[in-house]
Ligand binder design. Structure first.
Ligand SMILES: Nc1ncnc2c1ncn2[C@@H]1O[C@H](COP(=O)(O)OP(=O)(O)OP(=O)(O)O)[C@@H](O)[C@H]1O
Ligand SMILES: [Mg+2]
Length: 285
């Protein structure tokens, strides 16, 4: 169950080795290697349909690889070893996922109120009473820019697309996860709310954890403004593999090839938000 890979000084949080995913005759990913160290902020980019969501779902164990494997750090164990996800049963996967949160591309809110959606993981916690949970949920909804009293009792079907996206982000942040996976966290948001979510991703990533461990953020995005603000490590998918893996500045500096072409076409949030909307924007607001 435990892979032999030794933990380095900065531990590896996630690792894909020779990863492939095929659907019938369609090869989505082939022989892909990727290491994500603890504390990294990483953006996965690439053209629509290139396999970003599939890769994310492989990393969180929702898809089974056609070949290769995914290793993840198991925070529930004292030494936090790397574990091959394919060796885990549903309970084992649930244990690992206790330290993860996911913002799904289409939000994946379940039927029930906004409050129920956001409270779900904290309610699993045996020592938290409902008043504390309510406070945490209200804070998270306020953090994503929602009018808390207006939305908290709304049902999923009563939310606009942008509201649902922000609820999905709030739900992911409520449990204070160690690793956060965001699939298109700003898609469908107007520039001001998009900027607020970008800032929230940044501040959440850097907010110290009580246990002193580093947080890791993996973001799938088409949002050029998000990259510009967060300066992540950029991993670009192209033709079933990784065509670029490096710092944001190096990604921008390329003058030819798929990353360059992609950057030219990459949608951004077209209007710039007012400066005062960005309380502490991380990079060059
Ligand atoms: N469950 C599935 N069954 C069959 N094919 C699938 C499945 N999931 C994804 N695919 C295919 O895999 C390819 C990659 O899909 P994926 O959703 O990862 O794209 P993406 O890069 O996230 O695109 P977008 O930016 O539009 O979200 C697509 O051709 C898609 O049709
Ligand atoms: Mg996708």
């Amino acid at each position: 169950m435990v892979a032999s890979k030794p933990n380095a000084r900065v531990p590896i949080e996630l690792c894909a080795e020779g990863l492939a995913k095929r659907f019938g005759s369609e090869v989505v990913l082939e022989n892909l290697d990727l290491e994500v160290a603890s504390g990294e902020l990483i953006a996965i980019v690439g053209a629509s349909g290139c396999g970003k969501t599939v890769l994310l779902h492989l990393l969180i164990g929702l898809h089974q690889p056609s070949a290769g494997r995914v290793l993840a750090r198991h925070h529930g164990w004292p030494e936090a070893p790397l574990v091959d996800l394919s060796t885990l049963d549903e309970t084992g996967l649930e244990d690992i996922r206790l330290s993860w949160s996911v913002v799904f591309q289409h939000n994946a809110l379940f039927a029930g109120s906004v409050y129920d959606n956001c409270a779900i993981w904290l309610r699993e916690h045996p020592h938290l009473d409902e008043a504390i949970i309510r406070t945490r949920v209200r804070e998270a909804l306020a953090d994503v820019g929602l009018d808390v009293d207006e939305v908290i009792e709304k049902e999923r079907g009563q939310l606009s697309g942008g509201m649902a996206k922000r609820v999905a982000v709030a739900r992911a942040l409520v449990p204070d996860p160690m690793v956060i996976f965001y699939d298109e966290p700003t898609t469908g948001l107007d520039p001001m709310f998009g900027a607020q979510i970008q800032e929230l991703i940044w501040s959440t990533h850097h907010r110290p954890r009580q246990d002193g461990q580093l947080r890791t953020s993996v973001i799938v995005s088409h949002d050029r403004e998000l990259l510009r603000r967060l300066h992540p490590r950029v991993v670009m998918l192209h033709e079933a593999g990784i065509c670029f893996d490096g710092p944001y500045d190096a990604f921008c500096a390329l003058e030819e090839g798929p990353p360059h072409d992609y950057m030219l076409q990459m949608p951004g949030l077209h209007a710039r938000p007012p400066r005062e909307a960005l309380r502490a924007a991380p990079h060059g607001a």
